[in-house]
Design a protein around this ligand. Structure first.
Ligand code: AQP
Length: 334
């Protein structure tokens, strides 16, 4: 039976990229499959420095963002990674399955390490092995993600296949990525060739889920564009990454196809289109940020939801870890 798992790092506030590329799909999938698990991956977040106060705040705010976006703790299991220890336990085993050469090819590592590869944490290098454990400790079959995670999901399959092969078992499933829709790669508002990211030093590059209506409108008004008007078909977006990005965002927010949107707005100047986009973004995002703020007034309730999620999760992860230990030849969890 299909089982869905996905996670987001509490490494900052949620962005429109996280919402359109991941969370929106999480919400629809919770009704399509029998079981879905959504995770705040705090162990991943600390692969780069996080101020402890910020990490704690961002983890709770991310949980609030999930719930405010429509993920129901009754329908899905909502967890914080460090509260389910089997993630890290299986992660260690996968550190011993994954090969250095595989990790060195990961473009996210290369991007994040930059020229500084000797000075980043060992955890950042091993990130994809822990991510494989996050998924496989549930035997998850489907993982909704943005385009940027495709390579890590291929690595997850490589790890599962090598484990199964080395130990002569058919234990871990081959997980399918689910990468769908107009906004699988939302780009920076300042540079149409760069991903919108919570850790981009420029706040103007992204829309945060907690931005108010004025800030959203201002950021969209100031978003980089080219001098031409909007084309009436997709071919006209060729070589125009900023125009494509704004149209993709419009399509994803309004749940229409890019073709359909262009048939309506084709011919408009950005001076006309941007206010339409801003109004749409405010209409879709304000109810979510309002609900997030309301939930954040009661952090103890968020903690209770996460504690309940962790105990539901461990009913799945503990037997899978136990079986893994048996396969590997370990005496087993005490
Ligand atoms: N710009 C994006 N467009 C579409 N999807 C995106 N995702 C992230 N950015 C975009 C998707 O959101 C999920 C969670 O991502 P993450 O928080 O685990 O890490 P990330 O991909 O590294 O996201 P950020 O915002 O760029 O965080 P930082 O700046 O901390 O690295 C994933 O499914 C991702 O595809």
């Amino acid at each position: 039976t299909p089982r869905v798992f996905s996670g987001i790092q509490p490494s900052g506030g949620l962005t429109l990229g996280n919402y359109l590329g991941a969370i929106k799909r999480f919400v629809t999938m919770q009704d399509e499959v029998a079981q879905s698990i959504y995770c705040m991956v705090d162990l991943h977040a600390i692969t780069v420095w996080q101020d402890p106060k910020d990490l704690l705040h961002n983890t709770r705010e991310l949980a609030a963002g999930f719930i405010a976006s429509g993920i129901s703790p009754e329908k899905s299991i909502l967890i914080n990674q460090s509260q389910v220890p089997e993630h890290a336990q299986l992660g260690w085993i996968f550190n011993c399955v994954a090969r250095m050469g595989w990790m060195q090819r990961m473009t996210q590592f290369k991007d994040k390490a930059g020229k500084n590869a000797q000075n980043v944490s060992l955890g950042l290098f091993g990130y994809p092995a822990l991510m494989a454990a996050d998924i496989l400790v549930y035997h998850a079959t489907h993982v909704p993600v943005g385009e940027d995670q495709k390579q890590h999901l291929e690595l997850t399959r490589d790890i599962a296949a090598k484990f199964n092969h080395d130990y002569g078992v058919d234990f871990f499933p081959m997980t399918e990525p689910v990468i769908e829709g107009a906004a699988t790669r939302v780009m920076s508002l300042r540079d149409g060739c760069k991903k919108m990211s919570k850790s981009d030093p420029s706040d103007a590059s992204r829309i945060n889920m907690t931005d108010d209506a004025d800030v959203i409108s201002k950021k969209i008004r100031k978003a980089k564009t080219d001098p031409d008007g909007l084309p009436s078909d997709i071919d006209g977006l060729e070589g125009r990454p900023e125009a494509r990005n704004l149209v993709n965002i419009f399509a994803a927010l309004s749940e229409r196809s890019v073709e359909d949107v262009l048939s309506e707005v084709g011919g408009q100047q950005f001076g006309t289109f941007k206010p339409l986009l801003a109004d749409l973004a405010v209409a879709k995002l304000s109810p979510i940020s309002g609900e997030m703020a309301r939930l954040m007034d009661d952090p103890a309730e968020i903690d209770r939801i996460l504690a309940r999620g962790a105990s539901q999760a461990r009913e799945i992860t503990a037997p899978i870890l136990k079986k893994t230990y048996e396969i590997v030849g370990m005496v087993g969890p005490a």
